[in-house]
Design a protein around this ligand. Structure first.
Ligand SMILES: C[S@@+](CC[C@H](N)C(=O)[O-])C[C@H]1O[C@@H](n2cnc3c(N)ncnc32)[C@H](O)[C@@H]1O
Length: 297
């Protein structure tokens, strides 16, 4: 299977309120969420789905109401304008990488396989993991490991990498992992997961793309339209949570001229929705999922 969709019913229940409406799925992947959205739409409804990975295009859906856009969702607003759409009823984003991307060993996302250092969701872009590891300054690497991997020993890791690459280019995931073979076995798996997450976030500029997409979603949503985001780590969820609360990513919440807090979204539920035990048992990728839904004010 290309990808087993997470929180499928809950997310589409939250998203679709107008069967005749126009909806966007920012992260098509295997098309699980998109198919379910189409099931809820009438003949008049429309769905535009985005994915930057060429592999995802193979899963396209033959349906006159459906358009698959091979584009980064950071260009959401302009891309929709190209289709003559300036307002939509709902936007869904199921963030991160698909199971397919993880399972295709040669793409370098997985810590389990030896593969070229790649990790690009969009194979047409220039920046890949090899360039990050071999060309970034030591301080840049340390920042990435610290902020995106939440690795406390970030500076030492960056130093080890820079020291090693002076004599030999680091070209595979195994080359990279070998540099840290001194770690105790019980710490290794979590460490590699955090290290790979950090590199992947940088390669795909995931947090920048998420921020741009959230801001543009707000621009194109109709009042009453819904933004549903499923995230898989705390860095993403923090941005989503703050944006739904404030319409901002940092700083003080803004007030109107009467001193009341300005709201851009009403939260459908105050707490994030997480998958139940049954879903997690059946689909381990659901383990870290958190879903938040905002209704545009
Ligand atoms: C978790 S999967 C989505 C799975 C999908 N909901 C399903 O049911 O199969 C995330 C997908 O979003 C795509 N993606 C991630 N970030 C993207 C971005 N900035 N722009 C476009 N596509 C992106 C990935 O290529 C991947 O296929």
């Amino acid at each position: 299977m290309y990808h087993n969709p997470v929180l499928l019913k809950q997310s589409v229940d939250d998203l679709v309120t107008n069967p005749d409406g126009i909806y966007v799925d920012c992260t098509f992947g295997g098309g699980g969420h998109s198919r379910e959205i189409l099931n809820r739409l009438s003949e008049k409804g429309k769905l535009f789905s985005f994915d930057q990975d060429l592999d995802a295009l193979k899963n396209t859906i033959d349906d006159p109401r459906f358009t698959l856009v091979n584009q980064n969702f950071r260009f959401l607003e302009n891309s929709m304008l190209m289709y003559g759409v300036s307002q939509v009823d709902g936007v869904l984003a199921d963030l991160g990488v698909s199971s397919h991307q993880f399972d295709e060993a040669e793409r370098g996302f997985s810590t389990r396989n030896n593969a070229p250092l790649d990790m690009r969701m969009n194979v047409m872009q220039n920046l890949d993991a090899k360039r990050v590891i071999n060309e970034y300054e030591e301080t840049e690497l340390a920042d990435i490991f610290y902020h995106y991997g939440e690795l406390r020993e970030a500076r030492k890791l960056a130093r080890d990498i820079v020291h090693h690459r002076k004599t030999k280019t680091i070209t595979t995931t195994e080359d990279l992992k070998k540099l840290f073979s001194y770690l105790p076995p019980h710490k290794v798996n979590k460490f590699y997961a955090q290290l790979f997450q950090a590199i992947r976030i940088e390669v795909n500029q995931e947090l920048e793309a998420l921020k741009e997409m959230l801001v543009q979603s707000l621009n194109i949503l109709k009042p009453g339209g819904r933004l549903v985001v499923i995230s898989y780590h705390s860095l993403e969820d923090r941005l989503v949570k703050r944006f739904l609360k404030n319409g901002m990513f940092e700083g003080e919440q803004q007030r109107d001229i009467y001193g009341n807090y300005k709201k851009v979204f009403e939260l459908l539920k105050s707490k994030a929705i997480i998958p139940d035990d049954k879903e997690i048992e059946e689909n381990s990728r659901a383990r870290s999922a958190k879903m938040r839904t905002g209704i545009k004010v």
